[in-house]
Ligand binder design. Sequence first.
Ligand code: BG6
Length: 478
Amino acid sequence: IPVDPFDLVIFGGTGDLARRKILPALFRRFCAGQMGTDARVVGAARTEMDSAAYREFAREAITEFDDNEECAAESLDGFLEQLSYITLDARGDTGWQAMKAAMRDGPIQAFYFSVGPGLFGDLAERLHAYEIAGPDSRIVVEKPFGRDLASAQALNKGLAKHFDESQIYRIDHYLGKETVQNLMAIRFGNTLFEPLWNAQYVDHIQITVAESVGVGTRGGYYDKSGAMRDMMQNHLMQLLCLIAMEPPAKFDPAAVRDEKLKVIRALEPVDAEDVVRGQYEGTGELPGYRNQVENRDTRTESFVALKARIGNWRWAGTPFYIRTGKRLRARASEIAVVFKDAPHSIFGADAGRHRNILTIRLQPNEGIELGVTIKEPGPGGMRLVDVPLDMSFAEALGPDSADFPDAYERLIMDVVRGDQTLFMRGDEVEAAWAWVDPIIDAWQEVESDPILYASGSSGPDDALRLMHKDGRRWREIK
Ligand code: BG6
C-alpha cells in the first residue's frame, strides 16, 4: 500500500548511515511501490555538491548496499530523480533558506537527524527559526541518544523546545526487525504461552546478542561508548522489555510504550558481582580491540554480561541473564525462556532432569524452537528424551518470508505513516540510562580493566561463572 506523499530531509545525507541504510531502504520501498513517485528526498550536509552529484553518491551507495535483486536497475533511475541535495551548515546560516524553498506545501514533512547528538539541538533550533518545520512535521533521531541520564535529559529538553513528543521518532533499529516485532505476536497472539509466562513457571530467561565482527573502522565512536552504551542500554533493554512486559491493551504507541517503561522502572539495581565486562584479544591475523582504537590503554568493554532482576509480581525470583559482545564465536541473537522442572516426576530419578525451553532465534536462521520431552522410542522402558519442535520462518512461510524488509525500511515508512509504536519515547530512554549509569559509574570508580577474551570465543569465562554460581548455564553460541 503506497504511503502518502512526503518530503524527507536527511541531515547527514552524505554520512555512513545514509549510505548503508537509509538510501538503500528508501530504494527498496520505492521498488515495492510503497514510496510513490510523488515523494521527495533531500540530502543535506556540509559537503559542497549539487543534486546531480548526490544522485551519483546515492547510486553508488545503493549499488553497494542493496542486496535485493528484485529491485531492477532500471527502477534506480526513477528513484534517483526524486532525490536532491542542499549544502547546509547545521550551526550557521548556509542552506537554510534553500531548504525552506525546497519544502512543498501539502506533503508530510519528515526530518531525519542522521548526525551526532551534538547537533540535535542546533537542527531543531534552525528548523524552527527558519519556519521550515511546523506542528505536523516529524523528526527522526538516531542513537546514541546521549551517553548518560543527564545528557539524554538535556537532549530531550532541547528537542522539546520546538517539537512535541508526538513529533519525535527516536530510532532503535532492533524494534524494526521482523523477528523482534514477532516477540509480541508470539506472546500476545497465542493462548499457549502467556499463562506460563511468569516466575511461577519460568526458571530464568537468557538474552544473547552475539556478533562475530569486531569494532572495524568504528573505533573512534565505539571506544567512547562500549558495549554497555552501544548495545545494552538500547537494543538489549528493548528486547528485555518486549519479553517481560504486561500485555498492552492495544497495539498502539501509548499502550506499548507505557508497558515497556513499567518494566524498565521495575528493574532492580545490578550488583557489582552480577556484571562481567570483557574486551577481545587478537588471534592469529585478527587484531585485538586495543589495536583497533587510538587509546592503547583503553578500558572500554566490547562484551558485557549481567544478571537483571525485575522487581514486580510477575517476575520476582526469575533472573534475566543478558549478554552481548563483539568478535564472539558466531553471529547469533536469541532469547531462551527456560521453564521450571515438572513439579514431580512419575518416572523416578532414573528418568533424569528435563525441562522445556522456548528459544526465539532473532538472527540469523530466524525461527522458534520449543524443546519438549518425549519417550525415547524402543522397548527399553520409559526413557525420556528432549527433542525440538523446530520452526524456521523460511520453511514454515516459504523462502520469500525470510527475505524480511530491513528494519530501516519498516521504521522510515512508520515515520511517514505517523506510527510511533516502534520508536522509543523520551521517558523510556531516560529510564534506561538511569538503570545503566550506576553500572558504568561503578566501573569507573574501581578503575579496573575489562577481562580479556579470545576472538572467536564465547566471551570471558567469568561470564560463564555468572550463571554457574546460580546452578545454571548459558546456551551455546553457535
Ligand atoms: C548498532 C551498534 O546499533 O547495532 C553496532 O552501534 C552493532 O555496534 C549493531 O554492530 C548491530 O546491529 P545488527 O542489526 O547487525 O544486529
